[in-house]
Each structure stands twice: as structure tokens, then as C-alpha cells.
Design a protein around this ligand. Structure first.
Ligand code: ZN
Length: 471
């Protein structure tokens, strides 16, 4: 092996491995990590100097909305994956809603893949399928066509237009879980109780109470807890593997931990914005920080950090869910009207390292696991993605942990350059991102524009359930 000439060597960096941070070189051959050693002498086509920097496994963001086909005006494969690459992310999984049509059958999956082919992507991607009322019969074809898993909403997703993604009723949820269990796949759930949040919103609206505080109050922690309880119960009865997305309360995490202890196959994610902000920030920032479930109080934020640090929260995902700026405005200052969704995919790694490691002392390997290894393992990508190990794809983020900066709109690569993180001070900065050994982002040359080769470098991943049930 030592005789073999490497295509690329990343030299001199502090490399964040599964259990430790080591000063080692990484040798890359044919897009994969071929050698990890204290010093790889010469003999490479290209040497990338990472001295003084940290090298992380590329982030695997299992929860993004890229909106193509149909709603590329909101966000697209190129702009979405460019911003992910700029944030050190090298694989993402695209949600089945907020594109048109939503990805709820094999034909709409084909349209999604066609949109990705036409636009191009800078990083590797996989696709979620949707579970909605009336499509249980489509799930098997979606599984055969290679979706990463299935996503459903227990509360209304917000868009009530024709053809839009619908939340499941309890019957569809139960039938869907039975089917998904038989396919060996994971069901990802947005868990908020529709009866609770719709009643509270109705009451607020009819009283003319429409401030951001009113919106926050209309989606209380109880709505999340009730939905998580129901979902865990149904998943236990059906044997369906469950993943609860974007959990906002420590109590919901605790319910899930308890289910894990009883042997249930369930995982939980939170988002960087629940770890970065509290309710007072949301009121200060306004529409750009509106999301559901909403951002909670300081008590909840700190309790979520503790659960992330001790491994009770399996991983983080951005839930990047942008829209055109016009949909973030309301002439009547009605915060129930503005689009709920946070634009944040570019900031995951910088946020986690700044706030998790620098401010709270969570070890870098634990943060890396939450950003990369754990989502890769959950969604059938572990043989290629998620860690710096020999044989895996050479997906790397080179990060300067000494650099700090205040994020402004100019830094953002999204289709629409706004974010809840504008004016946030980050304590580190992504310098270079490699996808399968090729550079897809380099901060110093980013202004010169994208090479065609970078633009189409991302490939569709074909993940799958790691074990297939036969029942
Ligand atoms: Zn989402």
C-alpha cells in the first residue's frame, strides 16, 4: 500500500476520527480514503496543506428541502448543494415535500431525479419518499426505486394548495408503518399533534392575536409530546423503525430514550437552530427564525445540548427549508401567515463546533458523530459515508477553529441569501470541502465561481435498509 501513489494527500491537519483527534495525513486514491498515517511522504498528484486546521468527515445532512422540481424559485439543487458544500457538508437527503409534485410515488421520484440531473449538484444526495393519505400502495415501488426512507407529517405541513403534501391521519400512519416495517425501511416523522396546534392557532387567529409570541404559544411543548407518544406506541405495535425529526424539547428526547431502552428501533434528530436560539431570539429576528415546532426557551436549549452530549440525541440535521423572501413578509404583521422554515444548511458544522465545542466543551468526535456518522448509519450509507476511515469516500471538511466571523447575507450561497444566522458570530470557519477527493468548496477561491466539473460532481446515492425484514 505504501508503494501506491496517492491522487491527493491532505497533510498536517488535526483529523477528527471516531474516538480521537490525531495529527495525521490522509491519502486519497480513486476518491476514497486509502491511507491514514502520521506522515505520508510525497508521491501524490496533489497535496492539500491542512496544517493548523482540523479535518472533519463531511457532514451528512439527512433533512433538507431543495424544492425542485416545480419550486426551484424557492431553492434548487445547485444553490442548495453549493451552500451545503460551503458549510462542509458532502451528502444530503432531500425531503419529499415543498417540491411540486411531492415525492409520493415512483413517477414523482423520477421527476425529482430528472430535476437533479438537469440542474446538477455539488454534493452527493439521496431522496426521501413521502407517506401521505392514499399512497400506502406506492411505498413498495418507492422502496424499490431506492429512497432513503419515508417521511410523514402528523400536523399540517403548511402548504394547503392543490397537489401539496398532506399530513397523515392515524389510520394512514398505522397502515403506512405496517408497510414500511415490511420493507425494512425507516419512517421519519414530523411529530406535532394536529388537534392541539390547529385548535390553538384557530383561537389565536379569531382573537386577532398574531404576533410571533402568539405563534410560539400556539405550538406548545405538549403538542410535540402527545405526537411522539402516539408515534412510539404505533411503531411498537407495527414493528416500524422510527426516526423523529427536528425534536425541540428535552422531554420528547426522554420519551424516545425510554423507548430505546425497551428495545424499540427509534432515533431522534434535533436541528442546530434549536441549539443556537431561544424564544427571545426568535422575537428579535422575526420571520427568518419561524419554524415548527418552534424554538423554545433557554431551559430547553441547554437541556437539548446535554442530551446531545450524552448521546440521547442521535444526530443533527439542518431542516433547511427556505422560500422566496416575499413569503417571509406579512403586511399585517401576522406571523401565522409567513412561511415557517429556517434557511440554515450552510451553518450546521460551524454552529455545532462554535457552540458545542468552543462554548460547551463537547468533544469534537462526539459532534462529528452527530453531524456525520450517525445519520450515515441510520440511512444505509455507512459503507461509504460519515467518517474518516480507510475505504470510505474521501468526503472531508477542513475547518479553521481559530477563525471567527460574523455571518452576513454576502456569505450565503442559498437561492435567496437570507438566514436566521445572519449577524451570528461563529467561532470557526469552513475553509475547504472535498467530495470523493475533489474540491467542491474553497473559501479563498469561492468568489471566482463554479467550475462545470464541480457543479455536476454530486451523485445520487442509493442507500438502503441495512437489514431487510422478511415478515
Ligand atoms: Zn423539514
Amino acid at each position: 500500500m505504501s508503494e501506491q501513489r496517492m491522487d491527493v494527500i491532505v497533510s498536517g491537519g488535526n483529523v477528527v476520527l471516531r474516538d480521537q483527534v490525531c495529527s495525521v495525513d490522509i491519502g486519497i486514491k480513486d476518491g476514497r480514503i486509502a491511507m491514514i498515517a502520521p506522515r505520508l511522504a510525497g508521491g501524490a498528484g496533489k497535496v492539500i496543506d491542512a496544517s493548523g486546521k482540523h479535518v472533519f468527515a463531511g457532514v451528512v445532512d439527512a433533512h433538507v428541502h431543495l424544492n425542485e422540481p416545480g419550486l426551484g424559485e424557492w431553492e434548487g439543487f445547485v444553490t442548495g448543494t453549493t451552500s451545503l458544500a460551503a458549510g462542509g457538508c458532502t451528502s444530503c437527503i432531500d425531503m419529499p415535500l415543498n417540491g411540486m409534485p411531492p415525492t409520493v410515488n415512483a413517477a414523482s421520484l423520477e421527476l425529482k431525479l430528472e430535476a437533479a440531473r438537469m440542474s446538477g449538484a455539488l454534493i452527493d444526495f439521496a431522496i426521501w419518499g413521502g407517506l401521505v393519505p392514499g399512497n400506502v400502495g406506492e411505498l413498495e415501488a418507492l422502496a424499490r426505486a431506492g429512497v432513503a426512507g419515508f417521511k410523514a407529517f402528523m400536523s399540517s405541513p403548511g402548504d394547503t394548495g392543490e397537489g401539496a403534501f398532506r399530513n397523515v391521519d392515524d389510520h394512514t400512519l398505522f397502515e403506512g408503518m405496517l408497510k414500511i416495517a415490511s420493507l425494512g425501511h425507516v419512517l421519519a416523522l414530523h411529530a406535532e399533534s394536529e388537534p392541539i396546534v390547529s385548535k390553538l392557532a384557530e383561537a389565536k387567529l379569531s382573537a386577532g392575536e398574531v404576533t410571533m409570541r402568539d405563534y410560539l404559544d400556539s405550538r406548545p411543548p405538549q403538542a410535540e409530546l402527545e405526537a411522539v407518544k402516539l408515534a412510539l406506541d404505533m411503531a411498537a405495535r407495527t414493528g416500524c423503525k422510527l426516526h423523529i425529526v427536528h425534536v425541540s424539547t428535552p422531554e420528547a428526547v426522554d420519551l424516545i430514550s425510554e423507548a430505546k431502552r425497551s428495545g424499540q428501533d427509534v432515533t431522534v434528530e434535533t436541528c442546530p437552530h434549536y441549539l443556537a436560539f431561544i424564544d427571545e431570539d426568535v422575537i428579535r429576528i422575526g420571520a427568518n427564525a419561524k419554524c415548527s415546532p418552534p424554538i423554545r426557551t433557554e431551559r430547553e436549549r441547554e437541556a437539548l445540548w446535554r442530551r446531545l452530549a450524552n448521546g440521547d440525541i442521535d444526530f443533527v440535521a439542518s431542516d433547511h427549508s427556505p422560500c422566496p423572501p416575499s413569503m417571509k413578509r406579512s403586511d399585517s404583521d401576522n406571523y401565522f401567515e409567513v412561511w415557517g422554515g429556517i434557511s440554515g444548511a450552510q451553518s450546521t458544522l460551524e454552529l455545532m463546533v462554535s457552540e458545542g465545542w468552543k462554548k460547551r466543551g463537547i468533544p469534537l468526535p462526539a459532534l462529528s458523530r452527530a453531524m456525520s456518522a450517525a445519520p450515515a448509519e441510520r440511512f444505509g450509507l455507512r459503507d461509504r459515508k460519515g467518517a474518516i476511515e480507510i475505504g470510505l469516500d474521501a468526503d472531508l471538511a477542513i475547518v479553521d477553529l481559530e477563525a471567527s466571523y460574523v455571518l452576513t447575507a454576502e456569505h450565503l450561497k442559498y437561492r435567496h441569501p437570507y438566514s436566521a444566522y445572519e449577524n451570528f458570530e461563529f467561532g470557526c470557519r469552513v475553509e475547504t470541502t472535498l467530495l470523493r477527493g475533489g474540491i467542491v468548496y474553497d473559501r479563498k477561491s469561492a468568489k471566482s465561481g463554479l467550475e462545470a466539473e464541480q457543479r455536476t460532481r454530486g451523485l445520487r446515492l442509493w442507500p438502503g435498509p441495512s437489514t431487510t425484514r422478511t415478515g
